[in-house]
Design a protein. Structure first.
Length: 356
């Protein structure tokens, strides 16, 4: 009886706190972190947008929410519908979270070469995962085409198509760009980051260029094995993809719709070797206590190099895409570093962090 009396007391009342509205309300509004050591060393302000603080753990939460909202607005996705994507990484995780929060079914196609950890995580988040043979994009059995075909055959289903659906870049134009502009009081000399789909670079970069009336430079940072740096350097020649990188989620073999014509508005590009990116993972952990993945570390290396090119007194922003948690069995493993020939990339005094 007492329990029943207590239960009746729990009445719903207007929620007047400053709480955000569920998972989707928690996406974005991440802090901008002033990176002290590298700012001091370069005489610039180097700032990193802490995208690892998004509720799904990466910058891709913004894109995931953006493509789902866009599909809803266009009437492609209605209550009880299905979201389908081809992805092995952060976009799938972001989509799985957003789908649970909004009550959609989430179906993910990925190459069967991906780790069991990734498959397990997506399944734990409620997604249905189809690992399919890892074949080239030209092959109709490629995971992206399978995702598209699956969605086409199903009513009330959408293939979110993160590479070519510009709702991805739009999400950054509407959130990441304005946040960085506001957090730097509009005093931003340059923005630089790497691209996978191109959504972050083009969406954020376009906003910053418009808002600054062209005063904020926007640069691309590229890992080895990507064709974008040479595309920009050569004034638009697309070479074949060769080589590779230990970074994940970045590097590209083509001009996606999300990067689109923005590639022509870029002020320059830098290519960053894996040795420097891996060393920066360890350096930021040691000096700032920030635990980030290799794409974020590559971005910081690029921001430091750009600071040297532009000279002291500048403010340069980049993206800290995700945490190192998803890669720690590699990045902090002595055996893995050795196998990749990256052992010597880590300065002696930082080797203590490679505990696996
Ligand atoms: N870093 C990581 C870890 C990623 O997963 C991605 C997304 N592929 C990116 C950077 C690049 O973001 P975008 O797709 O917006 O270019």
């Amino acid at each position: 009886m007492f329990a029943a009396a207590l239960r009746t007391k729990v009445v719903s009342r207007a929620f007047t706190s400053r709480a955000v509205d569920g998972f989707t309300g928690a996406v974005g509004n991440t802090p901008l972190i002033h990176l002290k050591k590298w700012s001091e060393k370069t005489g610039c302000n180097i700032v990193g947008k802490a995208e690892f603080q998004n509720p799904g753990g990466s910058v891709k939460d913004r894109a995931a929410l953006g493509v789902v909202r866009d599909a809803e607005e266009r009437g492609l996705l209605r209550p009880g519908g299905t979201v389908v994507e081809g992805t092995a990484g952060n976009t799938g995780i972001g989509l799985a979270h957003v789908c649970r929060a909004k009550g959609y079914r989430c179906v993910i196609f990925m190459p069967n070469t991906q780790s069991q950890e990734k498959i397990d995580l997506l399944r734990m988040l409620g997604a249905e995962v189809f690992p399919v043979p890892a074949v080239a994009y030209e092959n109709p059995a490629n995971y992206n085409h399978q995702a598209r075909d699956f969605a086409t055959k199903l009513p009330n289903a959408v293939w979110t198509d993160q590479f070519d659906n510009t709702a991805n870049a739009k999400a950054h134009y509407l959130s990441t760009g304005p946040e960085i502009w506001e957090q730097t009081n509009g005093e931003l000399d340059a923005f630089i980051c790497a691209t996978g789909t191109g959504g972050t670079l083009a969406g954020t970069g376009k906003y910053l260029k418009e808002k600054s009336k062209g005063k904020t430079q926007v640069w691309l940072a590229d890992p080895p094995g990507s064709v974008l740096h040479s595309y920009i350097e050569s004034g638009g020649k697309l070479k074949d993809r060769s080589g590779g990188s230990i970074t994940e989620g970045i590097g590209q073999g083509r001009i996606t719709n999300n990067l689109g014509t923005f590639v022509k508005e870029l002020d320059g590009s830098l290519t960053i070797p894996d040795e420097k990116s891996v060393a920066m993972v360890y350096d930021l952990l040691d000096t700032e206590g920030i635990y980030i993945g290799a794409s974020s570390a590559l971005n910081v290396v690029a921001a430091v190099e750009l600071a040297k090119l532009l000279g002291p007194g500048k403010t340069i922003a980049t993206i800290l895409c995700d945490g190192a948690y998803r890669y720690q069995s590699r990045l902090f493993s002595k055996a893995w570093l050795k196998a990749k020939g990256l052992e010597d990339a880590i300065p002696e005094h930082l080797k203590k962090y490679a505990v696996l």
